[in-house]
Design a protein around this ligand. Structure first.
Ligand SMILES: *Cc1c(COP(=O)(O)O)cnc(C)c1O
Length: 410
């Protein structure tokens, strides 16, 4: 049974039925899923959540599917790592890594949104699924779409990292590399979505897809012992994940599972594509589109669909935005790996480097708890580290050769 009341325009509040639609016919505002929280409050409590398997579906009353999930049954419930060594290094008391580099079938948080989107596409009766992707979505729709038995059309910017292209191709989707940046790929996909009856997970299925991001937030609250952190730092591409983490906290508060909510939400971006951080810093909610130029390709959306809503969340919660250089991203990837043993992709470097920046500027206080959302695995963007790591020691197979190394490092 579903607790979904329907879809609603985020701008003019006009109501729509549960259909594969995403934009208001009257004001062109984006549509969002609305729930009956009174009935969820009766149907869901902590005991019930704890009694279920550790996947993102343990919060299913708060997700927009009607029947049993069909895709992504194993996704979600990634570790929340208490990162004491890293905390000390960056000058903060209580730090956690929400580690979405592991557990998920394709090793990024996109398996959350895709599990929900494809389960919904199944309920709508689609046989073909598609997406416009900055990389991780391509990987996830290729894989989970294969597991769900869908025909798959995947559209990516042709300049994507070779490892992400290969990671998608192995599942044998129709992979279309478009000569243009993500924003151009997305525009093309909107045209295709208007013409063909396919489930474009981040276009006509977007209202349902986006809800999957909330599960990262529910897990953070559960893993902190049903408490909210004082600060949460979220990497932004379209800005959707950031808005949905905040929505998830608010929902758990609304249904009484979370007693107190006073979290500041922070956006992390790469300087080469930072329209949300720039808007925040200039005290505006007007997003000025940019042409992306950064190694953090998974975050390279120059005209973010949820940018405006992300700035509102940041403003309303008293958070802030930061942007960081490619060199800072690489340094942060290495720092996270050598302090906590977690190998993140470039987006993870953006998040940690932004947090360091926000701590230095006093926007994130040393006291209180901070959660960093680390959203993808480093093996997915290993090209970014080319030329930035030490070489292995190379020796002949003798003890004396090895002991020369020991002498050298002493
Ligand atoms: C897609 C993505 C994000 C954030 O995406 P939004 O569009 O802002 O929801 C963050 N990290 C990684 C690794 C991603 O692939």
């Amino acid at each position: 049974m579903s607790h979904v009341k329907g879809l609603k325009c985020r701008e003019c509040s006009r109501d729509y039925p549960v259909e594969p639609i995403y934009v208001c016919e009257f004001c062109f505002g984006p549509l969002e899923v609305v729930y009956d929280y009174e009935s969820i409050k009766k149907a869901l409590d902590i005991q019930k959540i704890l009694s279920r398997p550790t996947s993102l579906w343990r919060y299913r009353e708060l997700l927009p599917i009607d029947g049993d999930p069909k895709v992504g049954l194993e996704a979600g419930f990634t570790p929340l790592v208490k990162a004491d060594r890293l905390a000390k290094k960056i000058g903060i008391d209580e730090l956690y890594i929400k580690d979405d580099t592991v557990v998920h079938p394709t090793l990024s948080f996109k398996d959350r949104v895709v599990s929900v989107a494809l389960s919904k596409a199944f309920e709508f009766g689609f046989d073909t699924v598609a997406c416009a992707s900055t990389g991780n979505l391509a990987h996830s729709v290729s894989a989970q779409g294969a597991a769900g038995g869908f025909r798959r059309f995947i559209f990516i910017p042709a300049s994507l990292e070779p490892s992400k292209i290969q990671a998608s191709l192995v599942y044998n989707p129709y992979l279309v590399a478009v000569e243009g940046n993500y924003d151009e790929v997305n525009r093309l996909c909107s045209e295709i979505a208007n013409k063909y009856r396919w489930a474009f997970v981040n276009i006509n299925i977007r209202p349902f897809y986006a809800e999957g991001s909330k599960t990262q937030g529910y897990e953070i609250i559960e893993q902190l012992g049903w408490k909210a952190p004082d600060h949460v730092v979220v990497p932004c591409a379209s800005g959707s994940l950031l808005t949905k983490i905040w929505k998830s906290f608010q929902e758990l508060h609304k249904i009484g599972i979370l007693k107190e909510l006073d979290t500041k939400v922070f956006a992390a971006q790469a300087t080469g594509c930072s329209p949300i951080a720039v808007a925040i810093k200039s005290g505006s909610d007007v997003i000025k589109p940019v042409k992306p130029d950064t190694i953090a390709k998974s975050l390279a959306i120059g005209n973010p669909a949820d940018g405006f809503y992300a700035t509102r969340v940041i403003h309303d919660t008293g958070g802030w935005g930061a942007d960081v250089s490619d060199q800072e991203i690489i340094d942060a990837i290495k720092l996270l790996a050598e302090t906590e043993g977690i190998f993140a992709e470039t987006a993870g470097g953006v998040t940690l480097a932004s947090a360091i920046n926000l701590i230095k500027s006093g926007k994130i206080k040393r006291e209180g708890s901070t959660v960093l959302c680390i959203t993808g695995n480093g093996l997915k963007t290993k090209e970014a580290l080319d030329g930035h790591l030490l070489k292995p020691f190379r020796i002949k197979p003798t003890l004396s050769n090895f002991e020369e190394i020991l002498k050298a490092i002493d």
